[in-house]
Every structure is written in C-alpha cells, then in structure tokens.
Design a protein around this ligand. Structure first.
Ligand code: CMC
Length: 392
C-alpha cells in the first residue's frame, strides 16, 4: 500500500527546495536572497528587489539600467486589450478583471509561450513585471468609469503606477516623490514570501507546463481570498467599521469567541509567531505618509494602533502568538494615498508578481521538480453496486 503523510493545509510539508526567500517565524525575520527586508526597505527599491529575486544578486549599475530599460519597454498592453476590458461589467471588482485579463495575456503574446526556451521565459517574465501595474491601473480606471491612462516611461515604476491610477485627461497627477517612495516600499514588502498559498498555486499550475500568463492568473485568483491577499481590504473595512477606539473591546471579544466566525483581520500568520517584520516597516510608513499628507489624526490609524496595543496585551492573542501582519497597516497608507479598498488586493497582486515569476523560474530550472500531485486520505463510501433508478 502507498505510504504518505496526512498534512491538511501543508503545515509541515516542504513542497520544494528554494533559494529565494527565507522566513524565521519565531524571530520574525524575512530575507530576500539573504538580505534582511529592513535593509532592502531602507536602501533599495522595488525594481532592484525584482532583479535580486529573479537573478539571485543585487544588480550592478549597468545591470540595473538594462533591467529598467527592458521593463520600461514592455509597460504598454496591446491596444486590442482595451476591448477585452470593455467586455467586463462596468463596475467589476478590479481583481475580477485582473484574473481574466492576465490569463488572456497568453492569447496576446504567443511569441513567449515556449517554457522550455530560456529566452521565452525571460521575455514573459519581463512582460508580466512590466504590464501588471498597467493592467491593475486599467482595471481600476474601468471600475470607476474613467478613461485608461497610458504609462509614462520616464517615470519610475511606482510613480508610473500612481500616474496611471490618478491622472485624468483634464489633469495630470503630480506624483509626490515621498508618496511614490511609500508606494514603492509597499511593492517591495509584498514582492515575495516563500511558499504561501498563491505562490504554491503558481508553482502547482506551472508544474504541469502551463504557460506563465496562465500561472500568474491562477496566483491572482488564489491571492484574492480574505485569508490571504484579500485581508488588506477586509482589514481596512474592519477598522472603519470599528470606527472609534471605544468600540475596540467589543471586537476583541468577538474575535476570541469560538462561536463567532469573526477574526481580527490583519492579525495572525501561519509562519510568523512573532512580529511580521513587514508590519513594523508598514507602521512606520503609515506614520510618515499620514504626516506628509497632514492627516496624522486619521481616526482609522488611531483605531489600528489602539487595537494593536490592546490585542498584544490580551491573553488570547499572546497565548496563540497572534501579531499584526503585513496587511494590518498597508490599507491605511493606500487609503490615505487615495486608493479605494477594492484596489488594495490588486496592488498586492502586482507587487507579488515579481515573487511568483521568480519562483516559477526557479522551479523550471530545478532538475528535481515534478508535476505537483498531492495524495489524499479517502473517507468516502466503500465499494457498492449500482442500482437502476426505478429500484431506488
Ligand atoms: N483573530 C482571532 N483568532 C485568530 C486569528 C485572528 N486573526 N488568527 C488565528 N486565530 C486563532 C484561530 O481561531 C485558532 O484558534 P484555535 O487554535 O483555538 O482553533 C488559532 O488562532 C490558529 O489559527 P489557524 O487558523 O489554525 O492558523 P492558520 O495558520 O491556519 O491561519 C491565518 C493563518 C493568517 C489564515 C489566520 O491567522 C487568519 O485568518 N488571519 C486573519 C486574516 C489575515 O490577516 N490574513 C493575512 C495573512 S498575512 C498576508 C497574506 O498571506 O496575504
């Protein structure tokens, strides 16, 4: 008989060997290719991180310039895709649109679908990293009934995304460099996180030889759930619903109640049993961004800080080692920048694309990788005989 381990939710199964991202959940540490996330967030930027994750080392100035040029050349989507967007209902959630549009990229870019050809893999990777911000911004514009805004390639990656989201024909959005920096940092903090649900989905889809556009669409679909990337939207909505500091105890009580399905969104993590290092950086960024915008007294930030303080002193959260995760403060920053909650998960998706692509590339280059095919524990009926319908 087959012998295998029963491990629902894969809490103790390593599905692959990977040299990209390291997490020490007890210490609350996160490294990309060996570099602590705090150092990258302080000194680096998202496209540099993308290069690091994809190719394994930080780029030289020349390598950085080449990479930026290549990404920049691919930021436009085929003009025909505009019609594809128009097929969606006018008020579609941007994530719904993105799942469809990113999957459809394989119908538009036939020339980079041979996954056995390293050059094809490379072009598809660059296309995805370059086009995801454009597609996310288009999905947003479409959902609010505004015309699409073309990329402006003299802008850096984060500024260009802000421009595509917030410029309107009558008025070009003036990108504040400090806000662009905060946006870039959000992208970088979300760039990779080893074998989380969406990354495992991308690997599983890719293990069958599926094309990269289809694999990333699968990752986006998985990310959307509220237990994963959808938590940033759910978290801000929860903070807004709480509304005032005096209502916090009521929600803490609900989160602890076994009979109530409510959970504190933005709290808890499968791997971190200590502070999520990204949440600490996000909290600093939230203070900074709200300071720049002159809205330090933002009630949602006050609720978030007080909720964090109370939860961290509460026996339930202490005992279960539940700490704020990356989604706890990111929504406050994005909302202050002018993004509606529906755009939070698309921003997570475009940022994580870099990690998905890096993991997919690593998998294809690994001689030991095989098609992913989990086993199961069968708990159904024993063998039985068919009864004709008239006799049932
Ligand atoms: N509020 C209240 N209780 C919680 C929470 C929470 N946010 N998270 C976990 N618990 C409790 C849970 O009820 C369980 O209690 P018990 O052992 O008594 O049954 C215990 O803590 C362990 O939880 P679990 O669901 O078995 O742990 P998990 O590793 O399967 O789930 C999680 C991890 C992130 C899905 C979960 O903590 C959660 O639902 N958090 C809220 C959603 C969220 O913020 N997700 C974002 C995760 S980070 C970014 C990302 O992945 O996108």
């Amino acid at each position: 008989a087959d012998v295998f381990t029963f491990d629902p939710g894969f809490t103790s199964t390593a599905s692959c060997a990977s040299a990209i991202t390291y997490i020490d959940g007890d210490k609350g540490e996160l490294w990309y290719r060996g570099y602590p996330i705090e150092q990258l967030a302080l000194h680096g930027h998202h496209l540099e991180t993308a290069y690091l994750l994809l190719y394994g080392d930080l780029p030289t100035p020349k390598q950085m310039e080449d990479f930026e040029n290549r990404v920049t050349r691919h930021t436009m989507v085929h003009e025909q895709m505009h019609y594809f967007f128009r097929g969606f209902r006018r008020d579609s959630h941007p994530m719904a649109t993105m799942v469809g549009v990113v999957g459809a990229l394989s119908a538009f870019y036939h020339d980079s679908l041979d996954i056995n050809d390293p050059w094809h893999r490379e072009v598809a990777s660059i296309r995805l990293i370059a086009k995801l911000p454009t597609i996310a911004a288009m999905a947003y514009k479409y959902s609010i009934g505004q015309p699409f805004v073309y990329p402006r390639n003299e802008l850096d990656y984060a500024s260009n995304f802000l421009h595509m989201c917030f410029s309107v024909p009558a008025e070009e959005y003036k990108v504040d460099p400090a806000l662009a920096r905060a946006m870039d940092r959000i992208m970088m903090l979300h760039a990779d996180h080893e074998q989380n649900a969406s990354t495992s989905t991308v690997r599983l889809a890719g293990s069958s030889g599926a094309n990269p556009f289809a694999c990333i669409a699968a990752g986006i679909a998985c990310l959307w759930g509220p237990a994963h990337g959808g938590a940033n939207q759910a978290c801000l909505e929860m903070l807004q619903e709480i509304g005032t500091v005096d209502r916090i105890p009521e929600y803490i009580k609900r989160a602890k109640d076994k009979d109530d399905p409510f959970r504190l969104m933005g709290f808890g993590h499968r791997v971190y049993k200590n502070f999520d290092p990204r949440a600490k950086i996000m909290k600093e960024s939230a203070d900074e961004v709200l300071g720049i915008l002159g809205i330090e007294d933002n009630p949602t930030l006050q609720v978030a800080k007080e909720l964090e303080r109370i939860a961290l002193e509460d026996e339930y959260f202490v005992q279960k080692k539940l700490y704020p995760n990356v989604d706890f403060y990111s929504g406050i920053i994005l909302s202050a920048m002018g993004f509606p909650t529906a755009m939070f998960t698309p921003i997570f998706a475009l940022s994580r694309t870099v990690g998905w692509i890096s993991q997919w590339t690593e998998m294809l280059g690994d001689p030991d990788s095989k098609i992913g095919r989990p086993r199961q524990l069968y708990v159904g009926q024993d063998r039985r005989d068919y009864v004709p319908v008239a006799d049932r």
